[in-house]
Ligand binder design. Structure first.
Ligand code: ATP
Ligand code: MG
Length: 582
C-alpha cells in the first residue's frame, strides 16, 4: 500500500477526552475515529489490524474443530424473555421496535439465537458434540462507554457455543472447555499479548465455572489477584481469601456513645466528622437475598462482594435492597448499625467480626455510635441463627490466599479482560425447550459451553500492555501490525524511488505487508509518523546510503538503525517477519 493512496490522518495531539494511552494513540495514529459515544470508524490501518486479529482467531478456532456460522445482529425479544435475560440485562440492552410494533434486540451476545439455531438443526446425540462460532458486531448500551474501543457500545466479538450430552467423557463439556482454553492461549500468544488466566464469575451468562483471559496493565478496569506461587489467580468478583480469624466475644471498649452526625452519609464524611478511621468503622447495608431482607456488615474500608453474599445466604439472587423497601421494613437507611431493631439475619465479614473499637451507624437518622461492641450490643440479644460470620467482602491486596489453592499472599493488579470461557450447563437449552434424542430415543436437554473474545480489545490491549507503546507512539506486535514494514525514502524521486519500488515489489510478492511512504514530506515528518503508527520495521532509503549500495533498517523497538546491503535487505526483512510470526 502506498501512503498517498491510504488514509492515515495522524494527529500531533490526542483529543482531551482520551485518557488512556491506547485510546490516545489509536486516535493520533489514524487507526480509529470517533463517530459518537462508544462508536468508532476503523480507518485503513485499524481495519487491517482488526482483520489480522480476526484471522488469527478464525484459523485457531477452525483448527480446534469449531465451525463458523453467522447469525443476525437483530434478535427476537421473545427469546430473551424466555431465558429471563431481558430483565437481567435491563438497560444494557438496546431494544428497537419495527414498523409493525414488534420489539427486537440488536444482540449484546448470542446464546439465545445459537440455542434456537441448534434446536432447529440438531435432533440426535449422534450429531454431538458440536462447537459453532461467529465473528460479529455486538451492541451493548454500556452505562459508561469509555477508553475508546476498550468499552464501546458497538464492538466485534468472536463468540463460540458448544453443545454436549454430558459434562464428563471424551465428548463432554469439560474436554471442549479445555480445548477452547488451550485455543485461547494460542490465539493470545500469537497476537503477542501478555496475559494471565484468572478464575471468574459467570455473571449474566449463568453457569458454574469460568475463566477470564486478562492482559495486565495499570489502566485496566478489572482487578485481579494472584498468590505468590501463582497457583491461584482470580478476578475480584470471584477471589476467595484464606482463613481469617474472628472474635465476637470481646469486652466493650467503652459506653455506647451516640453522636449527632449531621449531613454525613458517606463513610468518608462520617470518618472525618467523628475523627475515626474507616478501618475502625462498620459499614452495615441492607440487601435483598431472595425474598429476605438481610444486613451485611463489612469494615468501613472494605466492599461487600455480592457473589460471596449469595454463597453465604444460600440465595441465587442477591442485590442491594431498594431504599423505599428497606425503609418501609423499618431500616434507617444510611444510618444502620448492626444492632438495628428490625428482626433480620446479619451477615458479618470476618474482619468486621473483631474485638476492637468500632464506630457504627446509630440506627437513627443523622446519628452514629462509638464503642459498638458485638457481644453487648448484638449477640446477647439474638439467638445464634440470626448472625453468620463469613467471607463476604472483596479481596484486597495482602489478603491470605486460600490454603487449598497454594496459600501465600494475594497480590492485586489491574487488567483488561480480552476473553472469557464459561461452562453454562442447561440454562439456555432448558429455558428455550431444546432437546435431542439420546441412545435410548429419550429426549434429553443438552449442556452448553460458551467462549467469547473481544476483538477490538485485542488491539487496544496490545497497545496498552507493557512494551505496547512509548512516547513516540504505538509499538505493534508483528502479528497485529497493519503493515510489517514501512519503506521511508528520504525523498521519493529518481534512483531512490526506483529502489523503493523494487524492494516494495519483492517484499509484497513474498507476502510481506509493506507500506511505502511516497508522500512529499520532510524526512522528519515521515520518521515521526512511522513511529507513531507503530510499524515494526522501517527501511530508510536515501542517496547517501545508495552510493554504498546500502539502506538503513530500523526495528521500532531498537535504539539505533543498522546498515544493510541493498541487495540483501529483502531476504533480511522476510526472515525477520517470518521468524516473529512463527
Ligand atoms: P466487561 O466485564 O468488561 O463488561 P463482559 O464480561 O460483560 O465484559 P463478555 O460478555 O464476557 O463481556 O463478552 C466477551 C468479550 O467481549 C469480553 O471478554 C470483552 O473482551 C469483550 N467486550 C465486552 N464488552 C465490551 C465492550 N463494551 N466493548 C468492547 N469489548 C467488549
Ligand atoms: Mg466477560
Amino acid at each position: 500500500m502506498r501512503w498517498t493512496k491510504s488514509l492515515i490522518p495522524t494527529l500531533r495531539q490526542a483529543p482531551a477526552e482520551a485518557v488512556v494511552p491506547s485510546h490516545q494513540l489509536m486516535l493520533r495514529a489514524g487507526v480509529i475515529q470517533q463517530v459518537a459515544s462508544g462508536a468508532y470508524n476503523y480507518l485503513p490501518l485499524g481495519w487491517r489490524s482488526l482483520h489480522k486479529a480476526m484471522e488469527i482467531i478464525r484459523t485457531e478456532m477452525n483448527s480446534a474443530g469449531a465451525a463458523e456460522v453467522f447469525m443476525p445482529a437483530l434478535q427476537p425479544i421473545e427469546w430473551w424473555e424466555a431465558t429471563g435475560r431481558r430483565a437481567r440485562l435491563g438497560e444494557n440492552m438496546f431494544v428497537v421496535t419495527d414498523r409493525h410494533g414488534r420489539e427486537q434486540a440488536p444482540g449484546p451476545t448470542h446464546e439465545e439465537v445459537i440455542t434456537m439455531l441448534f434446536g432447529g438443526a440438531v435432533t440426535s446425540y449422534k450429531q454431538l458434540p458440536v462447537n459453532l462460532y461467529q465473528i460479529q458486531t455486538k451492541f451493548r448500551d454500556e452505562y459508561r462507554p469509555r477508553f475508546g474501543v476498550l468499552r464501546s457500545r458497538e464492538f466485534q466479538m468472536k463468540d463460540a457455543y458448544s453443545f454436549h450430552l454430558t459434562v464428563d467423557g471424551p465428548d463432554g463439556l469439560d474436554v471442549e472447555y479445555q480445548n477452547m482454553y488451550d485455543c485461547y492461549c494460542r490465539i493470545f500468544d500469537r497476537c503477542g499479548l501478555k496475559y494471565v488466566i484468572v478464575e471468574a464469575e459467570t455473571g449474566d451468562m449463568g453457569g458454574n465455572a469460568s475463566h477470564q483471559f486478562t492482559v495486565l496493565t495499570p489502566t485496566g478496569e478489572d482487578t485481579i489477584f494472584t498468590n505468590d506461587s501463582r497457583s491461584y489467580s482470580a478476578n475480584i468478583e470471584k477471589c476467595s481469601t484464606g482463613a481469617r480469624s474472628y472474635n465476637l466475644d470481646g469486652e466493650p471498649t467503652g459506653e455506647l456513645d451516640k453522636v449527632h452526625t449531621p449531613d454525613c452519609s458517606s463513610i468518608e464524611d462520617v470518618s472525618k466528622f467523628m475523627k475515626v478511621k474507616p478501618k475502625n468503622m462498620l459499614k452495615s447495608m441492607v440487601y435483598k437475598a431472595g425474598d429476605e431482607l438481610i444486613v451485611a456488615v463489612v469494615r468501613g474500608d472494605h466492599d461487600v462482594n455480592e457473589e460471596k453474599l449469595k454463597d453465604a445466604t444460600g440465595q441465587t439472587v442477591v442485590g442491594l435492597a431498594d431504599d423505599a423497601e428497606a425503609k418501609a421494613a423499618g431500616f434507617p437507611v444510611g444510618f444502620i448499625g448492626p444492632h438495628v431493631e428490625v428482626s433480620c439475619r446479619t451477615f458479618i465479614d470476618f474482619d468486621a467480626a473483631q474485638d476492637q473499637f468500632w464506630a457504627a451507624g446509630g440506627n437513627e437518622v443523622d446519628h452514629h455510635v462509638k464503642h459498638f461492641n458485638w457481644k453487648r450490643d448484638l449477640i446477647q440479644h439474638v439467638d445464634d441463627t440470626c448472625y453468620v460470620v463469613a467471607d463476604i467482602r472483596n479481596a484486597i491486596d495482602g489478603d491470605p490466599a486460600p490454603e487449598d489453592r497454594g496459600g501465600g499472599t494475594l497480590h492485586a493488579s489491574k487488567g483488561i479482560e480480552v476473553g472469557q470461557v464459561f461452562k453454562l450447563g442447561r440454562k439456555y437449552t432448558q429455558a428455550l425447550g431444546v432437546t435431542v434424542l439420546d441412545e435410548n430415543q429419550q429426549n434429553v436437554v443438552p449442556i452448553m459451553g460458551c467462549y467469547g473474545i473481544g476483538v477490538n480489545r485485542i488491539l487496544a490491549s496490545a497497545i496498552e500492555q507493557e512494551g505496547g507503546h512509548d512516547d513516540r507512539g504505538i509499538i505493534w506486535p508483528m502479528a497485529l501490525a497493519p503493515f510489517h514494514v514501512v519503506i521511508t525514502p528520504i525523498k521519493y524521486s529518481g534512483d531512490v524511488a526506483k529502489v523503493c519500488d523494487d524492494i516494495y515489489a519483492t517484499l509484497t510478492a513474498a507476502d510481506i505487508d509493506v507500506l511505502l511512504d511516497d508522500r512529499d514530506e520532510r524526512p522528519g515528518v515521515k520518521f515521526n509518523d512511522a513511529d507513531l503508527i507503530g510499524i515494526p520495521l522501517r527501511i530508510v532509503i536515501g542517496d547517501k546510503g545508495l552510493a554504498n549500495q546500502e539502506v538503513e533498517l530500523k526495528a521500532r523497538t531498537a535504539d539505533k538503525p543498522e546498515m544493510v546491503k541493498a541487495d540483501a535487505i529483502c531476504d533480511h526483512v522476510i526472515n525477520t517477519v517470518r521468524n516473529e510470526l512463527s
